[in-house]
Design a binder for this molecule. Structure first.
Ligand code: AMP
Ligand code: TRP
Length: 335
């Protein structure tokens, strides 16, 4: 039986945090054997908003090292940098020429992001078309992303369907969005009603960064917002959101059941013990990742070789696909 093809993209925006790991990358790592995986560091998406060139280059390499350190295995998955594979930009252009402008103006992420900026770049509007190309170049069946990306995957299907109807059925595989299972939604430590997000990275005590030192992790958890009670329990009550978030994080990092988690804290003398217990479990999970990251970053040539290898594997699929697209759209191929 052929394995499902998975494609996911992640922006090199820095501030890679516990939510990104528990909500996304940990699942990617766990499913590497059952699927054919493409994991793409989407640097061309990153430049749809202004970036400092020096910082962008640093963050892109850092993200590559983080993903490898988290357990993305280049022998099992194709991990590459988007701009290394020219087919992505070409595919975006070809798809631009069949995508009605109105579809892009309807994207809620574009509306949000463009409202927050004085000058809106063309690339920001076109962002979902680049994303559609990323996915369909590899005939991906599944796209594991967060809720916020659902609309972009639906748009990908619409663009794919429109291309197929116009030129050749079924040229593109229409992808399905795979939302993370519940429990993987990590909330901010400062305010457990907000999802942990790099958009709040300026607020002290909000994020746990994947590369934070143990001291820092302990400090963040000790300051985590809880409630005025003392009951350690899973609960949907907004009042208990802080405690619930701590327990969810504990379950996610230890892979224990809810019952086992509660049993571990049965003798806790209040929220202080809970916070320290969760912090220690997080430290235990993140320490080997941080150590592996430091090793990878100390050998940039090896990191670049890994990225070159991923790009080569990606090109072997994406180049023929984009050539085929050009051919059926009536472009003359070079001899
Ligand atoms: P982002 O940092 O928003 O680009 O997200 C990258 C990936 O991490 C997406 O698949 C998100 O769904 C996931 N993610 C981001 N923040 C969280 C969070 N707080 N909890 C769970 N998953 C998250
Ligand atoms: N837009 C996605 C995000 O911000 C990143 C992304 C780019 C992506 N290309 C993709 C995600 C292809 C999944 C598939 O999270």
């Amino acid at each position: 039986m052929t394995k499902p093809i998975v494609f996911s993209g992640i922006q090199p925006s820095g501030d890679f945090h516990l939510g990104n790991y528990l909500g996304a990358v940990k699942n990617w790592v766990a499913r590497q054997d059952d699927k054919t995986n493409y994991f793409c560091i989407v640097d061309m998406h990153a430049i749809t908003v202004p970036q400092d060139p020096v910082q962008l280059r640093i963050k892109t390499r850092e993200l590559a090292a983080i993903l490898l350190a988290c357990g993305i295995d280049p022998d099992k998955s194709t991990l590459f940098i988007q701009s290394h594979v020219r087919a992505h930009a070409e595919c975006c252009w070809l798809l631009n020429c069949i995508t009605p402008l109105g579809w892009l103006h309807r994207m809620t992420q574009f509306k949000d992001k463009s409202n927050r900026q004085e000058s809106v770049l063309t690339g920001l509007l076109d962002y979902p078309v680049l994303q559609a190309g990323d996915i369909m170049l590899y005939d991906a069946n599944e796209v594991p992303v967060g809720e916020d990306q659902k609309q972009h995957i639906e748009l990908t299907r619409d663009i794919g369907q429109s291309f197929n109807a116009r030129y050749e059925e079924p040229f593109f595989t229409l992808p399905k969005v795979m939302l993370p299972e519940t429990g993987a939604r990590v909330m901010g430590l400062d305010n457990p009603t907000n999802k942990m997000s790099k958009s709040f990275s300026h607020i002290r005590g909000h994020l746990v960064k994947l590369l934070d030192e143990p001291k820092e992790i302990l400090r963040s958890f000790k300051k985590a917002q809880t409630d005025s009670g003392n009951e350690i329990m899973f609960s949907d009550d907004p009042e208990k959101a802080g405690v619930n978030n701590l327990l969810d994080i504990y379950v996610a990092v230890t892979e224990k059941s809810k019952e086992e988690a509660l049993a571990d804290f049965a003798n806790a003398r209040g929220y202080g013990d809970l916070k320290v217990g969760v912090a220690n479990a997080v430290i235990e999970t993140l320490t080997p990742i941080r150590e592996r990251y430091n090793e990878l970053m100390s050998d940039p040539a090896e990191l670049d070789r890994q990225m070159a290898r991923g790009a080569e594997q990606a090109r072997a699929v994406a180049d023929p696909k984009v050539t085929h697209m050009k051919e059926i759209m009536g472009l003359v191929l070079p001899s």
